[in-house]
Design a protein around this ligand. Structure first.
Ligand code: HEC
Length: 143
């Protein structure tokens, strides 16, 4: 086989193995409910913009962002969930993050997503109350 042919096969293989960029993961899997600017849908989906970063101030909040059914039960791999969440946090809620933001890893996502809380709304309320006492006000729950 000619050298250029081998090269183009190698390039094609590299392109198809390349991971989907996180903004596209968001558009394809999350956008429908969370909306283009993560503003949510009044009455059903909470706003993530200028809010979701606050959850990382508590270890249980860090787990919660992965445990919500839209994330834990999504068809995305652990690695893609880590990438899309890290991208969302930095894109939509950078100012609310702890000063030292530690990005999610695939291994961490794997551990947290095995557990979906029996009552997501109640879990969110409990976390919101704790965060509020720390001076961090998350968005309304959308209900
Ligand atoms: C079918 C609609 C829907 C889809 C699709 C969806 N979500 Fe959600 N998401 C919700 C709702 C509703 C909540 C509020 C908690 C609950 O009731 O599950 C939520 C909560 C969250 C939260 C917790 C934030 C908070 O303030 O409570 C995160 C993080 C999140 N979603 C991320 C994602 C990501 C990432 C995707 C794409 C992989 C996604 N969601 C797809 C509807 C959706």
């Amino acid at each position: 086989m000619k050298r250029w042919a081998l090269l183009s096969i190698a390039l094609l293989a590299a392109a198809s193995a390349r991971a989907t960029p996180p903004d596209q993961l968001y558009t394809l899997n999350c956008w429908g409910c969370h909306q283009p600017h993560a503003q949510g849908i009044a009455g059903s989906v909470p706003r993530l913009a200028n809010s979701m970063g606050y959850f990382l101030h508590l270890p249980q909040g860090r787990e919660y962002l992965v445990e919500v059914p839209g994330v834990a039960a999504s068809p995305l791999s652990d690695g893609d969930i880590a990438r899309v969440l890290n991208w969302m946090l930095l894109t939509f809620s950078r100012a609310e993050l702890p000063r030292r933001f530690v990005p999610y890893t695939a291994a961490e996502v794997h551990k947290y997503r095995a557990h979906i809380p029996p009552d997501v709304i109640e879990t969110r309320r409990r976390l919101s109350t704790k965060l509020k006492a720390m001076g961090f006000e998350v968005s309304r729950d959308g209900r």
